[in-house]
Design a protein around this ligand. Structure first.
Ligand code: 0WD
Length: 254
């Protein structure tokens, strides 16, 4: 397809080939998008480089989203390699392992701050610095989870951070809409990735989804990738400030 031909999109949050961001990148590239990939640190650089090199023409850039200067640098480098930017895929989250089990009530000040900084504020920081490159309008998406709305065992501080992330999507959508920049979130069902390893008892969560979701199966990263592709494309031009569930319908079941 060529739904994204001529579009320049930065994909943030590939850690390995199971990452949701990687599935999104594949869907975007199938529709002709030109991609830039960012990596958090040397720890993941090699893996990101190896994956990105399988998509010809990709740009690979460092960006730890907790460091403002690195986001400034990213903006400069994207301007140099792309000129105009059309899309941002934000697929980044982090919380300390100790804050993803037991009681939410035991969350420390520093654990709360860290989870919110990386998982919610980073979207604001990135949108703030990259939106000036979106001179032809654009689409920004982030990844969220139902733990933002309901109490899910062990998700704890990440649920609170996802609530902040979803509210940030609405406020950013309001601010950037006049520049024809849309901001949306995709709420995925549970998927076995590196990040999911941090969630205790993830297997039983998957089993319950397979049993109860209307589609009777768990979410596949390719399904998320295709929804992300839709949100990056002209097809979704009327949608902003929204949270779209890609979870086999699980969230509608009581
Ligand atoms: O079930 C799931 N896996 C779901 C994930 C369901 C619904 C939503 N999500 C969300 C996550 O909360 C996250 O926002 O999707 C997003 C992507 O998560 P993922 O694909 O499941 O996980 P992973 O492959 O680990 O990618 C997240 C990456 C980090 O990976 P690691 O595991 O190395 O922490 O986010 C990146 C990093 O590559 N990341 C950062 N990037 C830049 N700066 C930073 C940082 N400071 N911290 C983490």
């Amino acid at each position: 397809g060529d739904l994204l031909t001529g579009k320049n999109i930065v994909v943030m949050g590939v850690a390995n080939d199971r990452s949701i961001a990687w599935a999104i990148a594949k869907s975007l590239s199938e529709q002709g998008a030109r991609l830039a990939f960012t990596y958090e640190s040397e720890r993941v650089e090699g893996r990101v480089r190896k994956l990105a090199e399988t998509i010809p023409g990709s740009v690979i850039l460092p960006c730890n989203v907790t460091v403002d200067e690195e986001i400034d640098k990213l903006a400069e480098e994207l301007k140099e390699s792309f000129g105009v930017l059309h899309g941002i895929v934000h697929s980044i989250a982090f919380a300390k392992g100790e804050d993803l089990e037991g009681r939410f009530a035991d969350t420390s000040r520093s654990g709360f701050a860290l989870a919110h900084d990386i998982s919610a504020y980073s979207l604001v920081a990135v949108a703030q610095r990259l939106h000036p490159l979106m001179t032809e309008g654009g689409s920004i998406i982030t990844m969220t989870y139902m733990g933002s709305e309901r109490v899910m065992r062990n998700y704890n501080v990440m649920g609170v951070a996802k609530a902040a992330l979803e509210a940030s999507v609405r406020y950013l959508a309001s601010d950037l809409g006049p520049d024809n920049i849309r901001v949306n979130a995709v709420s995925a069902g549970p998927i076995r990735t590196l990040a999911a390893k941090g969630i205790s008892d993830f297997n039983s969560i998957l089993r319950i989804v397979e049993e109860k979701a209307p589609l009777r199966r768990s979410t596949d990263t390719a399904e998320v990738g295709d929804t992300a592709m839709f949100l990056m494309s002209h097809l979704s031009r009327g949608i902003t400030g929204e949270v779209i569930y890609v979870d086999g319908g699980y969230h509608i079941i009581g």
